[in-house]
Write a new protein. Sequence first.
Length: 273
Amino acid sequence: MLKEVAPLLLVGAGKMGGAMLDRWLARGIDAHQVMIVDPFVEATRRDALRVSGATVVADPAELPRISPRVVVLAVKPQSMSAVLPAIAPLAGSGTAIVSVAAGVRLDKLEAAFPAGQPVVRAMPNTPAQIGMGMTVAVANAGVSGEQRMAVDALLAAVGEVAWVDDEALIDGVTAVSGSGPAYVFLLAECLAEAGRQAGLPADLAERLARQTVAGAGALLADSALPAATLRQNVTSPNGTTAAALAMLMAEDGLQPLLTRAVAAAKRRSVELG
Protein backbone atom coordinates (compact mmCIF):
# COMPACT_ATOMS: atom_id res chain seq x y z
CA MET A 1 0.00 0.00 0.00
CA LEU A 2 2.94 2.36 0.59
CA LYS A 3 3.66 2.29 -3.15
CA GLU A 4 0.28 3.89 -3.72
CA VAL A 5 1.18 7.06 -1.76
CA ALA A 6 3.95 8.07 -4.16
CA PRO A 7 5.05 10.60 -5.07
CA LEU A 8 5.33 11.71 -1.46
CA LEU A 9 6.49 15.07 -0.14
CA LEU A 10 7.78 15.29 3.43
CA VAL A 11 8.20 18.78 4.84
CA GLY A 12 10.43 18.59 7.91
CA ALA A 13 12.77 15.66 8.52
CA GLY A 14 13.54 16.30 12.18
CA LYS A 15 12.87 13.88 15.02
CA MET A 16 9.31 12.95 14.10
CA GLY A 17 9.49 13.49 10.35
CA GLY A 18 12.83 11.72 10.18
CA ALA A 19 11.58 8.77 12.21
CA MET A 20 8.56 8.39 9.95
CA LEU A 21 10.74 8.66 6.85
CA ASP A 22 13.08 5.93 8.07
CA ARG A 23 10.15 3.60 8.68
CA TRP A 24 8.64 4.32 5.27
CA LEU A 25 11.92 3.57 3.54
CA ALA A 26 12.39 0.41 5.61
CA ARG A 27 8.89 -0.72 4.67
CA GLY A 28 9.65 -0.44 0.97
CA ILE A 29 8.51 2.95 -0.28
CA ASP A 30 10.41 3.86 -3.45
CA ALA A 31 12.97 6.46 -2.38
CA HIS A 32 12.99 7.85 -5.92
CA GLN A 33 9.37 8.87 -5.35
CA VAL A 34 10.14 10.69 -2.07
CA MET A 35 10.81 14.43 -1.89
CA ILE A 36 12.02 16.08 1.31
CA VAL A 37 12.11 19.77 2.19
CA ASP A 38 14.25 20.64 5.20
CA PRO A 39 17.04 23.23 5.35
CA PHE A 40 18.44 21.72 8.55
CA VAL A 41 19.18 18.13 7.47
CA GLU A 42 22.73 17.19 8.42
CA ALA A 43 25.05 16.81 5.45
CA THR A 44 25.73 13.11 6.00
CA ARG A 45 22.03 12.36 6.36
CA ARG A 46 21.20 14.46 3.28
CA ASP A 47 23.87 12.70 1.21
CA ALA A 48 22.69 9.24 2.30
CA LEU A 49 19.10 10.07 1.37
CA ARG A 50 20.17 11.37 -2.01
CA VAL A 51 22.22 8.22 -2.65
CA SER A 52 19.10 6.17 -1.91
CA GLY A 53 17.30 8.11 -4.64
CA ALA A 54 15.31 10.60 -2.57
CA THR A 55 15.17 14.28 -3.50
CA VAL A 56 16.33 16.48 -0.60
CA VAL A 57 16.14 20.28 -0.85
CA ALA A 58 16.30 23.22 1.53
CA ASP A 59 13.75 25.34 -0.36
CA PRO A 60 10.44 24.18 -1.87
CA ALA A 61 11.26 26.24 -4.98
CA GLU A 62 13.99 23.68 -5.77
CA LEU A 63 11.52 20.81 -6.12
CA PRO A 64 10.47 19.38 -9.47
CA ARG A 65 6.99 20.51 -10.50
CA ILE A 66 5.28 17.24 -9.69
CA SER A 67 2.09 17.28 -7.65
CA PRO A 68 2.61 14.75 -4.84
CA ARG A 69 -0.17 12.36 -3.92
CA VAL A 70 0.50 13.05 -0.24
CA VAL A 71 2.21 15.94 1.54
CA VAL A 72 3.24 15.28 5.15
CA LEU A 73 3.83 18.43 7.19
CA ALA A 74 6.16 17.52 10.07
CA VAL A 75 7.26 20.97 11.20
CA LYS A 76 6.91 22.69 14.56
CA PRO A 77 3.48 24.28 15.15
CA GLN A 78 5.14 27.69 15.43
CA SER A 79 6.60 27.27 11.92
CA MET A 80 3.40 26.24 10.18
CA SER A 81 2.25 29.76 9.27
CA ALA A 82 5.51 30.35 7.39
CA VAL A 83 5.60 26.91 5.77
CA LEU A 84 2.07 26.66 4.39
CA PRO A 85 2.29 29.49 1.81
CA ALA A 86 5.45 27.95 0.37
CA ILE A 87 4.00 24.44 0.17
CA ALA A 88 0.46 25.22 -1.02
CA PRO A 89 1.45 25.86 -4.68
CA LEU A 90 3.01 22.38 -4.88
CA ALA A 91 -0.21 20.55 -4.06
CA GLY A 92 -2.65 19.48 -6.71
CA SER A 93 -6.39 19.34 -6.16
CA GLY A 94 -6.12 15.63 -5.37
CA THR A 95 -3.12 15.90 -3.05
CA ALA A 96 -3.83 14.77 0.51
CA ILE A 97 -2.29 17.12 3.06
CA VAL A 98 -1.30 15.42 6.34
CA SER A 99 -0.17 17.50 9.31
CA VAL A 100 1.47 15.98 12.39
CA ALA A 101 1.99 19.35 14.10
CA ALA A 102 0.47 19.60 17.57
CA GLY A 103 -2.34 22.09 17.96
CA VAL A 104 -2.65 23.13 14.30
CA ARG A 105 -6.31 22.78 13.43
CA LEU A 106 -7.94 21.62 10.24
CA ASP A 107 -9.43 25.04 9.51
CA LYS A 108 -5.98 26.68 9.60
CA LEU A 109 -4.59 24.03 7.27
CA GLU A 110 -7.58 24.24 4.92
CA ALA A 111 -7.29 28.03 4.69
CA ALA A 112 -3.89 27.70 2.99
CA PHE A 113 -5.27 25.62 0.11
CA PRO A 114 -8.11 25.86 -2.41
CA ALA A 115 -11.57 24.89 -1.20
CA GLY A 116 -12.10 21.16 -1.02
CA GLN A 117 -8.44 20.25 -0.49
CA PRO A 118 -8.19 16.86 1.29
CA VAL A 119 -6.60 17.46 4.71
CA VAL A 120 -5.78 15.10 7.57
CA ARG A 121 -4.65 16.15 11.03
CA ALA A 122 -2.69 13.41 12.80
CA MET A 123 -0.96 13.11 16.16
CA PRO A 124 1.78 10.45 16.33
CA ASN A 125 4.28 9.94 19.14
CA THR A 126 8.00 9.25 19.39
CA PRO A 127 7.88 5.41 19.66
CA ALA A 128 7.23 5.75 15.92
CA GLN A 129 11.04 5.60 15.74
CA ILE A 130 10.88 1.86 16.42
CA GLY A 131 7.53 1.13 14.79
CA MET A 132 5.72 1.18 18.15
CA GLY A 133 4.01 4.54 17.78
CA MET A 134 0.40 5.46 18.41
CA THR A 135 -1.24 7.85 15.96
CA VAL A 136 -4.74 9.28 16.03
CA ALA A 137 -6.04 11.02 12.91
CA VAL A 138 -9.05 13.05 11.79
CA ALA A 139 -9.92 13.83 8.17
CA ASN A 140 -11.86 16.68 6.63
CA ALA A 141 -14.74 16.15 4.22
CA GLY A 142 -12.44 16.36 1.19
CA VAL A 143 -10.58 13.14 2.00
CA SER A 144 -11.78 10.22 -0.13
CA GLY A 145 -11.89 6.63 1.04
CA GLU A 146 -8.90 5.81 -1.16
CA GLN A 147 -6.90 8.73 0.25
CA ARG A 148 -7.77 7.73 3.80
CA MET A 149 -6.44 4.23 3.09
CA ALA A 150 -3.21 5.68 1.68
CA VAL A 151 -2.71 7.95 4.69
CA ASP A 152 -3.54 5.06 7.00
CA ALA A 153 -0.81 3.00 5.34
CA LEU A 154 1.72 5.77 5.94
CA LEU A 155 0.75 6.13 9.59
CA ALA A 156 0.50 2.36 10.19
CA ALA A 157 4.13 1.99 9.06
CA VAL A 158 5.16 3.60 12.36
CA GLY A 159 2.71 1.87 14.73
CA GLU A 160 -0.97 1.65 15.56
CA VAL A 161 -3.53 4.03 14.06
CA ALA A 162 -6.95 5.15 15.26
CA TRP A 163 -9.30 7.49 13.40
CA VAL A 164 -11.79 9.84 15.05
CA ASP A 165 -14.57 11.95 13.57
CA ASP A 166 -14.42 14.75 16.16
CA GLU A 167 -11.37 16.99 15.83
CA ALA A 168 -11.88 18.27 19.37
CA LEU A 169 -10.61 14.90 20.63
CA ILE A 170 -7.16 15.53 19.17
CA ASP A 171 -6.17 17.92 21.97
CA GLY A 172 -6.81 15.16 24.50
CA VAL A 173 -4.96 12.68 22.31
CA THR A 174 -1.99 15.05 22.19
CA ALA A 175 -1.99 15.27 25.98
CA VAL A 176 -2.21 11.50 26.52
CA SER A 177 -0.29 9.71 23.76
CA GLY A 178 1.47 12.55 21.96
CA SER A 179 3.17 13.79 25.13
CA GLY A 180 2.80 10.49 26.99
CA PRO A 181 6.23 9.00 26.21
CA ALA A 182 7.83 11.89 28.12
CA TYR A 183 5.75 10.96 31.18
CA VAL A 184 7.03 7.39 30.97
CA PHE A 185 10.64 8.53 30.58
CA LEU A 186 10.18 10.76 33.62
CA LEU A 187 8.86 7.73 35.52
CA ALA A 188 12.08 5.88 34.66
CA GLU A 189 14.12 8.88 35.85
CA CYS A 190 12.19 9.12 39.11
CA LEU A 191 12.35 5.37 39.74
CA ALA A 192 16.13 5.42 39.25
CA GLU A 193 16.46 8.34 41.66
CA ALA A 194 14.27 6.56 44.21
CA GLY A 195 16.57 3.55 43.88
CA ARG A 196 19.60 5.71 44.58
CA GLN A 197 17.83 7.18 47.60
CA ALA A 198 17.21 3.60 48.76
CA GLY A 199 20.97 2.98 48.76
CA LEU A 200 21.51 1.37 45.36
CA PRO A 201 24.59 2.27 43.28
CA ALA A 202 23.63 4.84 40.63
CA ASP A 203 24.42 2.62 37.65
CA LEU A 204 22.44 -0.30 39.06
CA ALA A 205 19.47 1.92 39.94
CA GLU A 206 19.48 3.29 36.39
CA ARG A 207 19.64 -0.19 34.88
CA LEU A 208 16.85 -1.51 37.10
CA ALA A 209 14.56 1.42 36.36
CA ARG A 210 15.19 1.36 32.63
CA GLN A 211 14.62 -2.37 32.19
CA THR A 212 11.64 -2.43 34.56
CA VAL A 213 9.83 0.27 32.60
CA ALA A 214 10.76 -1.31 29.25
CA GLY A 215 9.82 -4.82 30.38
CA ALA A 216 6.52 -3.74 31.92
CA GLY A 217 5.64 -1.85 28.74
CA ALA A 218 6.43 -4.90 26.61
CA LEU A 219 4.31 -7.09 28.90
CA LEU A 220 1.44 -4.63 28.67
CA ALA A 221 1.71 -4.60 24.86
CA ASP A 222 1.80 -8.40 24.69
CA SER A 223 -1.06 -9.05 27.11
CA ALA A 224 -4.79 -8.82 26.48
CA LEU A 225 -5.37 -8.14 30.18
CA PRO A 226 -6.26 -4.63 31.38
CA ALA A 227 -3.47 -2.65 33.02
CA ALA A 228 -5.35 -2.81 36.32
CA THR A 229 -5.34 -6.63 36.22
CA LEU A 230 -1.63 -6.76 35.44
CA ARG A 231 -1.02 -4.42 38.40
CA GLN A 232 -3.10 -6.63 40.69
CA ASN A 233 -1.21 -9.71 39.50
CA VAL A 234 2.04 -8.19 40.79
CA THR A 235 0.54 -7.13 44.12
CA SER A 236 0.54 -9.62 46.98
CA PRO A 237 -1.67 -8.68 49.97
CA ASN A 238 0.34 -6.81 52.59
CA GLY A 239 3.50 -7.22 50.50
CA THR A 240 6.14 -4.78 49.33
CA THR A 241 4.25 -3.77 46.17
CA ALA A 242 1.08 -3.13 48.17
CA ALA A 243 3.04 -0.86 50.52
CA ALA A 244 4.33 1.19 47.60
CA LEU A 245 0.95 1.33 45.85
CA ALA A 246 -0.68 2.62 49.01
CA MET A 247 1.43 5.75 48.51
CA LEU A 248 0.95 5.98 44.74
CA MET A 249 -2.80 5.41 44.92
CA ALA A 250 -3.49 7.79 47.80
CA GLU A 251 -5.88 10.71 47.30
CA ASP A 252 -2.91 12.97 46.54
CA GLY A 253 -1.02 10.24 44.68
CA LEU A 254 -0.24 9.51 41.06
CA GLN A 255 -3.72 9.63 39.54
CA PRO A 256 -4.67 13.21 40.47
CA LEU A 257 -1.16 14.40 39.60
CA LEU A 258 -1.26 12.76 36.17
CA THR A 259 -4.79 14.03 35.58
CA ARG A 260 -3.58 17.58 36.21
CA ALA A 261 -0.57 17.03 33.97
CA VAL A 262 -2.71 15.79 31.07
CA ALA A 263 -5.11 18.70 31.57
CA ALA A 264 -2.18 21.14 31.36
CA ALA A 265 -0.93 19.51 28.17
CA LYS A 266 -4.42 19.64 26.67
CA ARG A 267 -4.73 23.36 27.50
CA ARG A 268 -1.40 24.01 25.80
CA SER A 269 -2.51 22.09 22.71
CA VAL A 270 -5.60 24.31 22.52
CA GLU A 271 -3.41 27.42 22.92
CA LEU A 272 -1.12 26.32 20.10
CA GLY A 273 -4.16 26.20 17.83
